[in-house]
Design a protein around this ligand. Structure first.
Ligand code: SAM
Length: 286
């Protein structure tokens, strides 16, 4: 197996195929082999696991996944990488590559078709420019046992944040509604070529089998969360009144009182259970 993280291997490989990095496609390739090894180790896969990898690039993580998982399906948008991946991962019989934009893929249908009888997981060093839409698609697909991703460190911190902290946001609640986050390790910028300006971090999202909240209407729940964070420095009633104009200020205040919260409560201090109570109260009044 070629060590594609070794610059003395990678650079001649890229040059031989006239390959140039595409900034528009978020191409920062790993050049530190401990990183893909550690990701594959920490994501706990074995021969019973089916892995969806997003953006294999020239295959450093793909190699490590193929060595451990029962089956790997990698989705890559940049077809210029075809001959390079043929050289770096062509030897693996448990690998299929789909040349497509992952955002155009029906993920649950694809996972169902490819990973029958296997434990489905997702694993990726995500392109930074579309981290949020990909994470949203992976979580809403609701078909994985776990999702392990490398993202900008600040995104990982937002995913794992606790109520009342600066990193806690509507995105946190969205992620934690679907999954329990487990931050794994940081990856410094010098582990990539070209070098990004930010530190990265690897995080596993353990998808919830059950959601221990009685949420009456999921759309209203997420609208409530977004409205609660929209005016961070203002009282919760202002945010709710502007997110749900039908309620008005007095209706918003009544919702807050009916939930037993202080009238001066701020949205960013509430956990999912509290947002669920708020959204159920709102749903009754719309
Ligand atoms: N996995 C490789 C590594 O760790 O070195 C490459 C990671 S690089 C950060 C992101 C990869 O995602 C690139 O190979 C890029 O071409 C691919 N990519 C970007 N947008 C994509 C999309 N919409 N669908 C699938 N792959 C995409």
């Amino acid at each position: 197996m070629i060590n594609v993280c070794d610059l003395q291997v990678m650079k001649p490989l890229l040059a031989a195929h006239g390959f140039h990095f595409s900034k528009a496609k978020g191409q920062n390739f790993l050049i530190a082999s401990w990183v893909p090894e550690q990701i594959a180790l920490d994501s706990g896969m074995d021969s019973h696991t089916g892995v969806l990898e997003i953006g294999p690039g020239i295959g450093p993580l793909t190699q490590q996944l193929c060595l451990r998982a029962g089956k790997v399906c990698a989705v890559e948008v940049d077809t210029r990488l075809k001959p390079l991946l043929q050289e770096t991962v062509g030897e693996f019989e448990n690998l299929e590559i789909l040349w497509n934009d992952v955002l155009k893929l029906d993920i649950p249908a694809y996972v169902n078709e490819k990973f029958s009888g296997l434990r489905p997981v997702a694993c990726a060093n995500l392109p930074y420019y579309i981290t949020s839409p990909i994470l949203t698609a992976l979580l809403e697909a609701d078909c994985f046992d776990q999702v392990t991703v490398m993202v900008q460190k600040e995104v990982a911190q937002r995913m794992a944040a606790k109520p009342g902290t600066a990193d806690y946001s509507a995105f946190t609640v969205f992620c934690q509604y679907y999954a329990e986050p487990e931050p794994l390790f940081d990856v410094p910028a010098h582990c990539f070529l070209p070098q990004p300006k930010v530190t990265s971090a690897v995080i596993t999202l353990h998808m919830r089998k059950e959601r221990p909240w009685d949420i009456k209407d999921r759309d209203i729940f997420f609208r409530t969360v977004r409205a609660s964070f929209a005016m961070r420095r203002k009282k919760l009633s202002n945010g709710l009144a502007s997110g749900f104009p039908q309620l008005g200020k007095s209706g918003a205040a009544q919702v807050i009182a009916a939930c037993g919260f202080d009238e001066n409560v701020r949205g960013e201090t509430l956990g999912i259970a509290e947002f669920s109570r708020l959204s159920n109260e709102i749903a009754c009044r719309l």
